[in-house]
Design a protein around this ligand. Sequence first.
Ligand SMILES: C[S@@+](CC[C@H](N)C(=O)[O-])C[C@H]1O[C@@H](n2cnc3c(N)ncnc32)[C@H](O)[C@@H]1O
Length: 234
Amino acid sequence: MAIYIDPEIQKKFKKFKERYQNAYTKDEWDYIEYYFFKQLHSEYAPNQMMQIYGKLGLKDTPADFYHKHLELIKKHFPIDGNIVEVAAGNFPIFAEELAKEQGKIGKGTVTIYEPALLDMTPKYPNMTLHKEYFTEETDLTGADLVIGIHPCKATWAIMFNAIKHKKDFYIAMCGCDHSPGAEYLDFCDQSPYYFQQDTIDEAKRLLRKYPNGELQVTKLEDYPFDYPILYNKK
Ligand SMILES: C[S@@+](CC[C@H](N)C(=O)[O-])C[C@H]1O[C@@H](n2cnc3c(N)ncnc32)[C@H](O)[C@@H]1O
């Protein structure tokens, strides 16, 4: 079946290709080029594609995922403090939307840790970009809330660091198995269930040791995957 291709979107994609194709590996770019139009309205689009749709400012696309997380976070936490986002992706679409909202309130900052950032110019003045890995030792002094949206291998670093330092946290887990040693196997083919359950158990244990509210586990509504979202409630 032929896919209708909006000429405006086609133009935007062409510009994106000129600017960023070389920033990706050949395999990554082949995937992006093949699926860009096919996944434009698919809720199964992977994060890398959602980030590109967000970067191009396309509405009613899978990039709405970031907006849904922001709405959920706003129900549970104030967003006018100092927020750290870990594993933001090539393009920090979620952080940009958050920073924009903080700008409207006139208060709040977003600090990002992501080694794969492709642009180092923050879109809003209240954003700070660190093109580096976040670890259990990353300094969280001054942070009010630590967020990870599908943070993959950074999941446990966020959990340990945030909970030990009694920081509020919101971790929306991804669908891969990132348990220690999982890379010996083809980890994205493994069920994420045990890793997700271990993470929930570990977060509960840590919150008993470093009290900062109760662990809550929820999921994103209107999203086809029931990956757990962990956050603390005081
Ligand atoms: C599935 S992507 C999610 C990106 C983004 N949050 C999103 O939802 O589109 C996972 C990201 O985690 C990043 N990552 C992995 N380990 C990390 C670490 N220790 N610190 C910061 N980022 C990390 C990777 O570079 C990758 O961009």
